[in-house]
Design a protein around this ligand. Structure first.
Ligand code: SR1
Ligand code: MG
Length: 412
C-alpha cells in the first residue's frame, strides 16, 4: 500500500493477510471496525478456526469525534508506534506487541487484547484489579525514569525529544485541558443543570493561576517521554495482567501529567459509584477500594522510581544527597495538580467519561458531576501544598459536593 486513504473492512483484512507468519493464505478471516475512541479506525481481524486475531489500527487525518473540520497529523501513528516500542523495551509485559506497520498508510498492526477488558468498563461492571496499582506504578516508573535526563545522556535525550515532537496532539491537550474549561469555548460540553459550576470556573482567578502554572509545565518541561493520555480507557486489564495502549499523545513533558491521569480517572470512577450501585455499604467499600488503588499507585510508582534511580542514575549531580527527595516531592505536587485539571475537563470540556455520563439517574449524575468538580478544583488549588499521598486522599474524603470556593488545603 502507498497512497494514504482510510481503509475499508475488506482492505484491512487483505492487509492483515500480508503480515508475515500470522495468517495462512487460505484462512477464513472475519473483520470488523471496533474503534470507539475519538481519533482512529481500529479493525479486529479474526481467524476463528485457528484461534488467531490481530488489531489493525489506522490514524485518520482528522479528529473522528469532531469531523474533518479538525485536521490532525498522521505523524501521530509513527509517534504511537515508536512510543510503544520504547515502552516495550522498558516493560514488555505491560504493553501490546507491535507486529508490523505502514508509515505512509499510518497503520500499526498489534496484538489483540480481547481476552482483557477495557479498565473503565471493567470498573463499571464492579470488578477489582488487585495487581493494577503495582503494574501501573512499575509502568510509570520505568517509562518516566529511563526516558529522562536522570537515566539518559542529555544529548541523546534531546534527540529523543526531537523524535517525539507532537504539536497537533499536544494542542488538543493544551486547549481541552488547560484552557477551554476556563473560558467560553465552543468545545465545552455540559448540561444546563451544571451551568452555574461551568460559568464559575471562568471567573475563579486563584484556580486560573494554578492552571496557568501547570499549563506552563505541560508546554515547556521536557522531563520524560509521556504516554500523554493515560486514562482508564487506554488500559486493558485482567485479574493478572495490565496492558497500556494508545500512546499517540506521547511527547516529552512533565512526569506528573501521566501519573495524574491515572489518579484522575480512578477518582472520576470514585465519584460515579453512587450512580451505579444502590446499596450504601457497597458504595463505601468500592470507594475505599478505589482510594486504596490511588494510594497504592502512587506508592508503587514512588518506590519503583526511587529503586531505579538508586540503581541506574546516570546524572552525577542527581546523586547529590537530598536531590531525589526534592524531585519526588515535586512530582507528587505536579501529579495532584494535573489530576485536578483532568477531572475538571471530563465534566465541562469536549470529551467526557462514561463513568459519569452513562449514569441513568439525572440527580445521581448531576451529584457526581458537582462532586468531581469540587474535588478537581481542590486538587488544583492545593497542589503546591501537597506533601504526601495521604494529603490527596484527605482532600477527596473531605471535599463535600457543595462548591467550596476559596478553601485551599494547607498541609504540614
Ligand atoms: C479530540 S480528542 C478528545 C480527547 O480524546 C483523547 O482520548 C484525549 O483525551 C483527548 O483529549
Ligand atoms: Mg486514545
Amino acid at each position: 500500500m502507498s497512497t494514504y486513504h482510510p481503509l475499508t473492512v475488506n482492505e484491512a483484512m487483505a492487509y492483515a493477510r500480508t503480515i508475515p507468519g500470522y495468517f495462512d493464505n487460505n484462512s477464513n478471516l472475519q473483520c470488523s471496525e471496533i474503534g470507539d475512541g475519538n481519533l482512529n479506525l481500529v479493525f479486529i481481524i479474526t481467524d476463528q478456526e485457528n484461534h488467531k486475531s490481530i488489531i489493525v489500527k489506522q490514524a485518520l487525518p482528522y479528529a473522528k469525534v469532531v469531523g474533518e473540520s479538525w485536521p490532525l497529523s498522521l505523524d501521530r501513528a509513527r509517534i504511537e508506534r515508536e512510543a510503544l516500542l520504547m515502552q516495550s523495551q522498558l516493560c514488555a509485559d505491560l504493553v501490546p506487541e507491535v507486529y508490523a506497520f505502514d508509515e505512509s498508510m499510518a497503520i500499526t498492526v498489534m496484538e489483540d487484547l480481547s481476552d482483557h477488558a477495557i479498565m473503565r468498563k471493567g470498573l463499571l461492571e464492579g470488578n477489582n484489579y488487585p495487581l493494577f496499582a503495582e503494574h501501573i506504578g512499575r509502568f510509570l516508573a520505568n517509562t518516566l525514569f529511563y526516558t529522562s535526563d536522570l537515566a539518559m545522556n542529555p544529548q541523546q535525550k534531546k534527540e529523543q525529544v526531537k523524535k517525539f515532537i507532537n504539536p497537533d496532539l499536544c494542542k488538543i491537550t493544551e486547549d481541552l485541558i488547560f484552557q477551554d474549561p476556563y473560558q467560553q469555548s465552543d468545545n465545552n460540553n455540559y448540561a444546563d443543570n451544571i451551568a452555574d459550576e461551568a460559568l464559575a470556573l471562568r471567573d475563579h482567578q486563584a484556580l486560573h493561576l494554578e492552571v496557568a502554572l501547570l499549563r506552563e509545565k505541560f508546554l515547556t518541561q521536557t522531563q520524560a517521554l509521556l504516554h500523554g493520555d493515560l486514562h482508564t480507557g487506554s488500559i486493558f486489564v485482567t485479574q493478572k495482567s495490565t496492558k497500556v495502549i494508545d500512546p499517540e499523545f506521547a511527547y516529552y513533558g512533565p512526569m506528573g501529567f501521566d501519573i495524574g491521569a491515572i489518579i484522575a480517572n480512578l477518582l472520576l470512577n470514585y465519584v460515579a459509584q453512587p450512580g451505579w450501585i444502590n446499596d450504601e455499604l457497597t458504595i463505601q467499600e468500592k470507594q475505599a477500594s478505589l482510594l486504596l488503588t490511588v494510594e497504592n499507585t502512587w506508592n508503587a510508582f514512588e518506590s519503583n522510581f526511587r529503586t531505579l534511580w538508586n540503581k541506574d542514575v546516570q546524572d552525577i549531580m542527581a546523586t547529590t544527597p537530598g536531590y531525589q527527595d526534592i524531585y519526588v516531592a515535586q512530582l507528587l505536587k505536579d501529579t495532584v495538580g494535573f489530576a485536578g485539571c483532568k477531572i475538571i475537563r471530563r465534566i465541562v470540556g469536549l470529551s467526557h467519561v462514561i463513568d459519569i455520563d452513562n449514569i441513568s439517574n439525572d440527580i445521581a449524575r448531576e451529584t457526581a458531576q458537582r462532586k468531581a468538580l469540587s474535588i478537581g478544583k481542590q486538587l488544583v488549588l492545593s497542589n503546591r501544598n501537597i506533601n504526601s499521598i495521604q494529603d490527596l486522599i484527605e482532600i477527596v474524603k473531605n471535599t463535600s459536593q457543595v462548591t467550596t470556593e476559596g478553601v485551599i488545603y494547607e498541609f504540614k
